[in-house]
Ligand binder design. Structure first.
Ligand SMILES: [Zn+2]
Ligand SMILES: [Zn+2]
Length: 241
């Protein structure tokens, strides 16, 4: 009986903490979800990068700078921290999590968010809560869960900062990947709204999403939160597309 329970505990333990790398499947020490080789396929973005959207700059530049995108159209968010390119194994993992319903990957992906939390721009001031980028109810039914919300909740357990589901997606927008930047912005206009009974007045918020592409989604979300009286809106994502 004791053996049976022991085995059961081990099996359950493996379900939650697989002993193989989730990228390449090679055996790993317990607690290591992604081996160093797989991790290295999506290198960390190093300075210099845009102070606002973290877009990396190829070449030499001294001190702080703001990229042409952020200069053209001042984003409604104070900054977005996204320290890894969505490429290699990380790109696959995000895809498996989001579309393949491999929900257990949330813990690993939230580690990338926890790393973003260490950035000076996030650490610089108080945070009241995380606000996940919402999904439209139709998309939520298709996908089964909101990946941004799942990540925010996992991060919330680590940081003990609460999650505020303060936004809703009112318009069902076509999938963004086929659009260029201007089309994306038009597609997203008025797509988000403050959820009923949400109070963000005077709050310092951190938006959470899986992937940063043009920043239009985060911009639109931040616009709504600002208009509702949020004191500051920063954002973090697992990676940038
Ligand atoms: Zn691996
Ligand atoms: Zn920028």
């Amino acid at each position: 009986m004791r053996n049976l329970i022991g085995n059961l505990i081990n099996t359950l333990g493996e379900l939650f903490y697989p002993s193989n790398c989730v990228g390449c499947g090679h055996p790993q020490d317990p607690g290591i979800l992604l081996c160093p080789d797989c991790r290295a396929t999506s290198p960390r973005i190093r300075a210099p990068f845009c102070r606002c959207c973290s877009r990396p700059f190829d070449g030499l530049i001294e001190g702080e700078f703001v990229c042409p995108n952020c200069e053209d159209r001042t984003p409604a968010f104070d900054c977005v921290v996204s320290s890894y390119h969505a490429e290699g194994v990380l790109r696959d993992l995000i895809h498996r999590f989001k579309y393949g319903r491999q929900y257990y990957l949330r813990r690993l992906l939230a580690e990338y968010l926890a790393e973003a939390m260490q950035d000076v721009r996030i650490q610089a001031s108080l945070i009241h809560c995380f606000v996940p980028v919402p999904l439209h109810p139709t998309r939520l039914r298709e996908r089964g869960f909101n990946q941004a919300e799942a990540l925010a909740e996992t991060l919330s357990k680590r940081t003990r900062l609460p999650v505020l589901r303060g936004l809703e997606r009112r318009r069902y927008t076509n999938t963004q990947t086929r659009f260029d930047r201007v089309e994306r912005m038009q597609n997203l206009r008025d797509a988000f709204a403050l959820r009923e009974n949400s109070d963000v007045r005077g709050k310092h918020l951190v938006l959470v999403d899986d992937v940063l592409t043009t920043g239009s989604t985060l911009h639109e979300c931040a616009l709504v939160l600002r208009a509702a009286g949020a004191e500051s809106v920063r954002a973090i994502t697992v990676a940038r597309g």
